[in-house]
Each structure stands twice: as C-alpha cells, then as structure tokens.
Design a protein around this ligand. Structure first.
Ligand code: ATP
Ligand code: MG
Length: 576
C-alpha cells in the first residue's frame, strides 16, 4: 500500500459484527464506522463519478484519493463511473484521459469502467414506475417557463398547468417523448413532489429532457436523457454503492436523492455524504474555465504544465505520491476554504528531495576559460547523486579548461556580501577546484562575453591544504561535454489569489500571469543524456526539473516543477 494509508491504518478498533474497523480519522470514516457497527452495510463500496467533459484536475485528484483510499482502507471496492448523461459535451478523448490519470495516481477501479448510460433502460423503466405511482408527470413548459415558475428560496413556486395529467396520458406522452415524436426542449418529465417546498430542488424537479443528440456510447438509441439528480442516486443504487461521497454543493440535493430512492429502492441503499471541494489559490478549477484556457490558446493544451489538471501536473514533474500526500494533508472538511498553492509546492519538494537526483545545469551560461589548466586535459570529479538517498550513488562529472557558469554568479562590481565570483575573488566550483577571476572580456558594446580565471591545482577536492576558506560554491558545466537544453521556467498561471472572483467588467483571463512561462537555452552535464520523459532532477541551486515528453536526443527539453524556495515551510516555521 502507499505511504498515505499505511500510517493511518495502524490503529484498529473492534466492533460488534466481528470485523476489524479502522479507527476514524475524519468525519466520513466516522459515518462509515457507525454504519458498519449498526449493520447498515456489511462492506464498503464507493465510486468516483466524473463527467467526461474535460480532463481531471487536482480537485478531482482529492476526490479520487478519498474514494479509492476509503475502499482500500476498508477492504472494499471503488467503481469508476462515467457520468455520461450530457451527450453534447462529452468526448472519448476525455474518457481515455480520465482512465489514464486514475491509474497513474496508482488506483484501480473495481471491474469494468461503468457508465450512467449503462443504466438508461433501467432508469426509463423506473420513471414509468413513478408515473404509475402518480409521482411523475409530463410537463409542456419550456426550460425558461419552468425556471420562472419555480419561485425563489423565500417564495413558493407555481404549479405547472400540466401537473394533474392522468397517469394514462403521462404514460402515453412519455413513451412518445422516448420515441422521438417531440422536438428538443418541448417537454420534460418532472417528479411530482412539492412546488412550495422550502428546498428549491424538491419543487417538481426535471427527470428527463428531450435532446436529439448522438451519444458517444448509446448513439441515437435515446433522445431523452436523464438529469443528474435522476441518474446519480439510482446508478449508485444499481451498483450497490454504500457511501456516495460528493462535494458540498450537493448537500441541498440530498433530500431529492433520498426521495427518488424512497420510490424505487428496497433493501440496502446508498447514503450520500458531502465534503468541501478543494479550492487552490492562484488557480481556477472549473472545467468551463479550463476549457476556455485550452480553446482560446492561453495554454498549449490540457496538459500544459501550468494547468491544474493531473495531466498538466504530471508534465510539470509532479509525482503521484506528492499529490496523494497533498490530498491527505488537506484532509476532508465540511466547510469550503481556500488551500494555499504553496502547500502543493511544498509536497512536491518534500517528495523530490529524496527521489530526484542532483545534476548541474547552467540556465544563463557565461563562458569561463581557466587559463592555467592544460588545453586537452579532462578530469572526472565525483558528484553525489542524492545526499538524501545513499542508494542513489555517485557519478563522474567531466571537468576541463573551458566551463560555463551562471551569469548571475559573476559580478564585476559586487556589493559587500556577494560571495560568488568577481574580479580578484576566489570561489569554489561545486565538487572541485577553487578558481579566481583574472580578466573580464567584453564585446565592443561593453557586454561581458567571457571570463578568464586561474585555478589552484591543490584544491581539487574542494578545499585548500593551506586551510584558506572561500565562502561561495557555484555550479558549472564543462563546455566540451555539455548538452544544450531548452528549459521552460514555469510559474503560477494567475497573478490573483482567487482568479474566479473577477472585478466588474473583467474576465478571469485578465489575471493570467504574463511571466508564467519563460523559455531559456541552457547547458547541462552529460549524465542526463539518456534520461526518460518525466524523470525528475534537482538542478543544483536552481530547483526541480523534469524531462518533457517531447524531449529527444537532439532537442532536450526540461520543465521546471518548482524552485527550491519553500514558502510553505517558512509559514509553518513562523506559526510553529
Ligand atoms: P466542474 O464543476 O469543474 O465541471 P464537476 O464537479 O462537475 O466539476 P465532475 O466530473 O462532475 O466535475 O466531478 C467528479 C467528481 O469529482 C465529483 O464527485 C465531484 O464532486 C468531484 N470534484 C470535482 N471538483 C472537485 C474539487 N474541486 N474538490 C473535490 N472534489 C471535486
Ligand atoms: Mg459535475
């Protein structure tokens, strides 16, 4: 099992039915424990029910970790059910990406992928049951008329003039709706509940709409499609779901969820439990907004490394473990809140600290000629691959007369506390010699084009036998051994903490960070030459980077995952 659950699974309590139940760690598990204790259910079956109308994002990842995590913890099952009741917006590309992302996170659904559309026939038959019970009727009002007569939270709605049609007439009209006799939007099937209920969702909600649309699975078989409310609970019931976990906005739908089940269910039935959806600062999570970013070219696609999609995070260099740790750290709450994106960044840093090998890469190269180093000599110095992981071993890094260093690591007129390279000063090259700058070479416009330095052959191992110290250590790459790299320096996509809260007259796209992507040409040590796509590295002193899947031998591309500066750790330190 993954690291997430091993720690939380350690404590067990014994219950009456003789089954070991893990001690609760959140309110959802408390409810499940109670249900198991009271024999409301004998095992736990959850489901993850995405609508295939976009790629999954980090909010979905939280729901996935929760639903699949609970199934694992209780030795139960979790279904993947595509909520495909909206034929126009759905796409096979989305279905494939959803499956891939869940598996990449390390979860397996029970059996085959399920679909709400698998149950269209059963839902139709149950709708007929409701009509026969005089609890559903065909209504001829348009969507606008229905909305206009639903009332407001403080005012009751108005009954539909079609509400008292006879059972026979309803059965006939509903069948003709199904047979395609009526145009889109001309009729609906509505539940007959209570038009003046204080809960707006109970005011004769729509169960079926007419849509002459081709469905990606059922083709043209159906021209009536069930609404979310009618499809969801019944699908849960068919699959034997015990706990139907969803986000808070469905809390007000729960009486309706239960009402529908009251009409059709006998025996064990699912229980809906709501938790707060994840909101992340400097991020939008609505699929409508994400789709707009893709369609209007603000990003390069659903897997653009700046997107909060699982595909985007993967391409950015996030690992499944970092996302699971994040989901666990955030926990489940009953109240909406905004999570600081710095926490997500902290989770990936912590994970990569032990997993990513260190390498030296120079992002803004400045040529350095070591004038007293023999022309054709090459030495190999030893680099520690990962100081946090002994097993990662060491590598040999070539060193020669011409190297590149970071432009920022040299200053011609340095301020007092600048401990890197400057004329006359001495600095340590990571893993090896001390060098001292003797000459600054400029072009005719006065730009520095190279430095001449000397090295001290006595300092090969990074210290001087005479005990003299240098304060700075800088990274470098041997010029003749270097590989050119294209590096995408990604930053947060938005400049505003909550980009969905727009000022009047603005659109969320107005808050896109103009500096969210900078591309630079750097040089890197040769050890990375065969690294596979998605391999994570720490570029010493610069941050964590991952190999982009479009990278190949003559065009090595890296994406910056995060810098090394952990603002979350700082916040925690301050508060602690
Ligand atoms: P959107 O409103 O962006 O279209 P959605 O909620 O309609 O998202 P679905 O595909 O229906 O997206 O969601 C599938 C599951 O993921 C649902 O159970 C939903 O509650 C959950 N989910 C979606 N967004 C979040 C979020 N931000 N945090 C936690 N769970 C989420
Ligand atoms: Mg939805």
């Amino acid at each position: 099992m993954d690291i997430l659950l091993t720690t939380v699974c350690k404590i067990f309590i014994h219950c009456d039915i003789g089954m070991e139940i893990p001690q609760s760690t959140n309110f959802i598990e408390e409810i499940i424990n109670e249900d198991l204790k009271n024999n409301v259910c004998t095992g736990v079956i959850t489901r993850f029910p995405p609508e295939p109308n976009g790629y999954l994002h980090i909010g979905h990842a939280k729901s996935i970790c929760l639903n699949f995590g609970i199934a694992i913890k209780y030795n139960g099952r979790c279904n993947l059910r595509l909520d495909d009741t909206n034929p126009e917006k759905e796409d096979v590309e989305y279905v494939e990406s959803i499956k891939h992302d869940i598996q990449w996170l390390g979860f397996n659904w029970d059996g085959e992928v399920r679909h709400a559309s698998d149950y269209f026939q059963q839902l139709y038959l149950w709708a007929i049951v409701l009509i026969k019970l005089n609890k559903a009727y065909v209504c001829d009002m348009s969507a606008e008329e229905i909305a206009a007569t639903r009332g407001t939270p403080s005012q009751p709605g108005k009954e539909s003039p079609y509400r008292n049609r006879s059972v026979e007439e309803n059965l006939d009209l509903f069948e003709r709706m199904k047979n395609g006799e009526f145009p889109d939007g001309s009729k609906t099937l509505r539940a007959k509940i209570d038009i003046s209920s204080p809960n707006m969702h109970m005011r004769d909600p729509v169960m079926y709409r007419i849509k002459h649309a081709t469905h990606h699975r059922t083709g043209d078989t159906w021209c009536i499609y069930p609404t979310y409310d009618w499809a969801h609970g019944q699908s849960d019931y068919i699959e034997g779901i015990t706990h139907s976990i969803c986000t808070l906005e469905f809390e007000v739908h729960r009486p309706l969820y239960d009402w529908f089940l009251d009409q059709i269910a006998s025996g064990q039935r699912p229980r809906q439990i709501e938790f707060a959806r994840l909101n992340l600062s400097y991020t939008v999570m609505s699929k409508r907004m994400l789709l707009k970013l893709v369609q209007e070219g603000y990003v390069s696609g659903w897997d653009d490394p700046r997107m909060p999609t699982i595909a985007g995070l993967r391409r950015r260099g996030y690992t499944p473990d970092s996302i699971k740790i994040f989901a666990r750290t955030v926990g489940v709450a009953k109240k909406d809140s905004m999570v600081d994106i710095a926490l997500l960044e902290h989770c990936i840093r912590e994970d990569l600290n032990t997993k990513a090998n260190r390498v030296m890469c120079v992002l803004n190269p400045l040529k350095v000629i070591i004038t007293n180093y023999p022309e054709n000599k090459v030495e190999y110095v030893e680099g520690i691959n990962n100081p946090e992981n002994q097993d990662a071993g060491i590598r040999k890094i070539p060193f020669s007369r011409i190297i590149y260093i970071e432009r920022d690591d040299f200053m011609e007129n340095p301020p007092k506390k600048f401990f890197r390279l400057s004329p006359g000063s001495e600095v340590r090259l990571r893993y090896t010699y001390f060098i001292q700058c003797t000459d600054v070479i400029k072009d005719t416009s006065g730009n520095i084009i190279e430095l001449h330095c000397t090295y001290d052959p006595q300092t090969k191992d990074g210290y001087a036998p005479d005990g003299r110290k240098v304060k700075g250590t800088i990274h470098w790459v041997s010029a003749q051994h270097s590989l050119p790299v294209l590096v995408h320096l990604y930053d947060r996509l938005f400049t505003r903490e909550d980009p969905s809260q727009v000022d009047e007259g603005n659109d969320f796209t107005d808050y896109i960070n103009p500096d969210s992507l900078k591309t630079v040409h750097g040089v890197i040590e040769p050890s990375v030459s065969n690294a596979k796509a998605f391999t994570n590295f720490q570029f010493e002193r610069l941050g964590y980077f991952t190999v982009d899947p479009d990278s190949h031998n003559n065009n090595v591309i890296f994406n910056r995952t995060v810098t090394l500066k952990d603002t979350w750790a700082k916040i925690v330190q301050k508060e602690g």
